[in-house]
Design a protein around this ligand. Structure first.
Ligand SMILES: [Zn+2]
Length: 295
């Protein structure tokens, strides 16, 4: 009984946090073979959590540190490709959720990389996930706080060697969700790369009357306008399932044209996700109106 009484507040807290406790998907920790996507851009993530390495003569950039336990796997992937983990000079993320940033403190410690994060996500990153509008009180969503070395603003660029990345604020999923773009060269051609931060409305997200994030619905709409305006040849994202990573990897191994060059896939994905957002928003507005009529 005593045990139950102690456990109960935690259960209530999880429920209050929107019902969506931090759950680890099985494929997040399944290893995946590292591979070159295009130009100087490599995949070094797991089956379910994407991580990207951009290699320049002046060192490397890592996008997404993933879970704390992902860090040794990312390191192994980097080394399997023939690069040095300690050459990572800059660490970036897709957004301040534990599955993309919990390993950042460890990556910083192991490499001395400079951590650069979009302004609106910085307070959460430096508080280890506290203050997140959805998961801030969910203990399993917390992570080791990490000091941000450079605060990014919408449109800022990150440069290393001859690589230039642009940080696009694409908010909604978190307040500082960042979509990264760059241009890679291969066989004398240039390709626009888009790494989508996340366009998804998670289970339990309140799009209407969200006291901790009043402008959430507006932000999602802004985000879709930004994504629709980005030129995209190479379509990537924070999770491989945004862009069919596994199927494309299999096709790549068969030879032929690079399947990651997929401008139509990008347009289709953004349109489908925008429709899903609009459907969810309409549902929540209807529910709100129903409650106002029958309080
Ligand atoms: Zn997320």
């Amino acid at each position: 009984m005593l045990k139950m009484a102690r456990f109960l507040p935690f259960v209530l807290m999880l429920m209050l946090a929107g019902g969506a406790a931090a759950q680890e998907a099985a494929d997040w920790t399944n290893p995946f073979p590292p591979f070159r996507i295009i130009g100087n851009l490599y995949y070094v993530g797991s089956q379910g959590l994407a991580s990207y390495l951009i290699v320049t003569p002046q060192g490397s950039i890592l996008i997404n540190s993933n879970l704390e336990k992902s860090v040794p796997m990312i390191r192994e992937s980097v080394e399997k490709l023939g690069f040095r983990f300690s050459d990572i000079k800059i660490l970036l993320i897709s957004h301040a959720h534990w599955d993309h940033c919990a390993g950042s403190a460890a990556v910083k410690e192991l490499t001395g990389a400079k951590y650069m994060v979009m302004d609106a996500d910085v307070p959460e990153i430096e508080a280890g996930g506290k203050g997140n509008f959805q998961y801030g009180e969910v203990l399993t969503s917390r992570y080791q706080p990490a000091k941000v070395d450079r605060v990014l603003h919408d449109g800022d660029t990150v440069r290393l060697g001859d690589t230039i990345l642009t940080a696009h604020l694409t908010p909604g999923h978190t307040k500082g969700t960042t979509t990264w773009t760059t241009v890679v060269k291969e066989d004398g051609k240039s390709y626009n790369v888009v790494i989508v931060g996340s366009p998804n409305v998670n289970d339990g997200y309140k799009l209407v009357n969200n006291e901790l994030y009043p402008q959430i619905a507006y932000d999602y709409q802004t985000m879709f306008q930004v994504l629709k305006a980005l030129p995209c040849d190479v379509f990537l994202g924070a999770h491989g399932n945004y862009y069919g990573m596994e199927a494309k990897y299999a096709r790549m191994k068969e030879g032929g044209p690079n399947p990651f060059i997929d401008p139509e896939g990008y347009k289709g994905y953004v349109a489908e996700r925008e429709q899903a957002f609009r459907t969810e928003l309409a549902k929540q507005i209807q529910e709100q109106e129903r409650k106002m009529r029958n309080p």
